[in-house]
Each structure stands twice: as structure tokens, then as C-alpha cells.
Ligand binder design. Structure first.
Ligand code: AHR
Length: 338
């Protein structure tokens, strides 16, 4: 009997426990803490791997441009940036159409421009702004409202021109006559405009006169042709201000073919400081070179990333540049990157 009572009691306990569990709803999770009304999701923080850059290059007019292009391609590779490179073949209309293509390209979040000319950019810059694209100017400045681009990273071309005039004064200090001819880059580019203005600002300090000036479009062959024409016009020339190395090297050939000694009978000063100019100084054809730095990509990509992340930037970051002389050319050339 006693066993029966025990079994019955256990059964009742079992029934009671089953009923208890069966009726008790599954434990309900504590209500999630309501999100505080003030909580805002952290803004997206872009990294280089998130950047797709549409890069509009001028063309491939010489050693400086080749080094500038290489800087952007190599640095994009190193940083993991998706680079879409466009070579405009030195045609402004190609740059404008490439700009619009990159605005339409949903992948592109940054547009970098090396402008062939200073004017004609307002419409595409406004379209890029409306499309939410970051625009960074490299190498060449343009005439446009500063609120239409994040920043400009490039040389102070006017300062390069001032340095060129003062260095030409040194080259001609023992010459009574100081007639200088000027070989100009592509007309309308900020490099050509500003170098010319800077040179004219300082040439009066030693009585230099610019007797002839003509564009040779950054090109060595055109530099030779224009110098030949200058020499036919007059041989009373003491100096050549070539706005880049290629035009200066072309002028040296014309001077030699005219039976004169380049670098001695007529002093030659160029701008850029590419390997060709250093070789020209070693051979004695070129006397002095004012540097224009093409290795701008690291600074430009860093600025673009800051702009993508909403950081404010100075509207111009000038490049740091020097001057090189014949006496040092042989020792410096091996250290140069371009
Ligand atoms: O904008 C820089 C200039 O462009 C360089 O001096 C010249 O070589 C290039 O074409």
C-alpha cells in the first residue's frame, strides 16, 4: 500500500510540474533597451580601397608628363586605389568629354584633373558637384570658383618664372647686352601664363629684354624650329628662357646648327629638371634648370581621401622646388627619379 501511495504522489508531482511548464510561456527576453533618440550611426569612413578615381591627364608631351603619369599609376597601385586613367592627347575637348563620362560613371567618387587650359571648366565642375563627386586639381590651376573643387596641388608657376629671371640675370651678369628669347608652353595653360608673368616681374632687376617670344607647345622639335626662326630674325641673342626642358634642348640644337655654342655663346635656362635637362647640363648645352615637381600623386590622393571624409582642405598646396646648376648636374643625376 505504502509503495502505491509513493508512486501516486510522484505521479501527481510530475503532472503538476508538466502543467506548470506547459502553461508557462517561454521565457520572454527582456525588452531591448530602446535606442537613445540622440544616437546617430557613425559616418562612413572612406579608405583608399574605397576610392575609384577618374584621372584626366593632359597627354604625353614630354619627360615631365611621363613622370607625372607614372606617379599616379604607381601610387594608386601601392595604395589599392581603383584608377581609371584617361589620356586627353592634349585636346581640351577630350578632357571635357572625359570629365562628363566620369561624372556619369557610378563607380567614380573622385575626379582628378590636370587641366590643359585655365578656362572652360565651370559647367562640368558644377555638374560634378551636383553629382556628389570630389574634384581635385593636380599640376595645373584653373580659373574657377574655389567652391567647385576640393583643392589644387601643384607648383607656383609664377615663382618658377621669377626664379628663372633672377637666374638668367646671374648667367648674363658679364654681358652688356641682355637680349633673351622666350619659348612658351601651350598657350592658355597656367604653367605658360604664370611662368611668363613671373619672368617679366623680375627681369628688370638686371635689365633683361625679351626680344622675341613664341609658343613651341612644350615640344623639342617645335623648340628647334622656333629657335631657328629667332636666329634668322637676329643673332643678337644672349639668352634663351625655355619654359620646359624639351623646348630648351630643341633650341640648343638650333644654336649649334647655326654655328654657335649652346650654353656659351647663348645661355639656356629651362624649367622642369627632367633627366634630359641634367644630361644637357653635363654636355654644357643647358646652363641652369628651375625644378617643377611632377611626383604629386601621394599628396593628391591624400587630399582626395580627406575630401571624401568631409575634411576641409586649403585651396592650394604649392609644391616645394629647387634650382639646379651645371656644376652639380653629374653628381645629382643618379639621385633623380625622372
Ligand atoms: O604643368 C607643368 C608643365 O607641363 C611642364 O613644365 C611641362 O613640361 C609639361 O608639359
Amino acid at each position: 500500500m505504502k509503495l502505491a501511495k509513493i508512486l501516486f504522489g510522484s505521479l501527481m508531482v510530475l503532472v503538476f510540474l508538466t502543467a506548470l511548464v506547459g502553461c508557462t510561456p517561454a521565457a520572454t527576453p527582456a525588452p531591448a533597451e530602446p535606442a537613445a533618440a540622440t544616437e546617430v550611426p557613425a559616418a562612413v569612413k572612406y579608405e583608399y580601397k574605397d576610392m575609384t578615381v577618374g584621372f584626366i591627364q593632359t597627354g604625353s608631351e614630354g619627360g615631365w608628363r611621363a613622370a607625372n603619369t607614372a606617379s599616379f599609376k604607381e601610387t594608386a597601385e601601392q595604395l589599392g586605389i581603383n584608377l581609371k586613367f584617361y589620356d586627353a592627347q592634349n585636346k581640351l575637348e577630350n578632357q571635357i568629354s572625359a570629365f562628363r563620362n566620369f561624372i556619369q560613371d557610378k563607380e567614380v567618387n573622385v575626379i582628378i584633373l590636370a587641366a590643359l587650359e585655365t578656362s572652360g571648366w565651370d559647367d562640368v565642375l558644377k555638374e560634378a558637384k551636383a553629382a556628389g563627386k570630389v574634384v581635385v586639381l593636380e599640376d595645373r590651376r584653373i580659373d574657377a570658383s574655389e567652391d567647385l573643387y576640393a583643392t589644387y596641388i601643384g607648383s607656383d608657376f609664377a615663382e618658377e618664372g621669377r626664379k628663372a629671371a633672377l637666374e638668367m640675370c646671374k648667367l648674363l651678369e658679364d654681358s652688356e647686352a641682355k637680349n633673351v628669347v622666350e619659348l612658351v608652353g601651350n598657350v592658355g595653360s597656367s604653367a605658360a601664363i604664370d611662368r611668363g608673368l613671373g619672368f617679366r616681374e623680375k627681369m628688370g632687376e638686371c635689365g633683361i629684354t625679351i626680344t622675341q617670344s613664341q609658343t613651341a607647345n612644350w615640344d623639342s622639335t617645335q623648340g628647334k624650329t622656333v629657335m631657328e626662326a629667332f636666329l634668322k630674325q637676329s643673332t643678337d641673342i644672349q639668352g634663351v628662357f625655355a619654359q620646359n626642358d624639351e623646348m630648351g634642348l630643341g633650341a640648343a640644337l638650333a644654336i649649334e646648327e647655326a654655328g654657335l655654342v649652346a650654353g656659351t655663346d647663348i645661355k639656356i635656362l629651362t624649367v622642369d629638371a627632367t633627366a634630359g635637362a641634367f644630361k644637357g647640363m653635363i654636355e654644357g648645352d643647358i646652363n641652369t634648370v628651375v625644378e617643377c615637381n611632377p611626383l604629386l600623386a601621394p599628396q593628391v590622393y591624400e587630399a582626395a581621401l580627406k575630401a571624401l571624409n568631409g575634411e576641409s582642405l586649403p585651396k592650394w598646396v604649392p609644391s616645394q622646388e629647387g634650382v639646379f646648376y651645371q656644376a652639380d648636374a653629374e653628381s645629382i643625376l643618379p639621385t633623380r627619379k625622372y
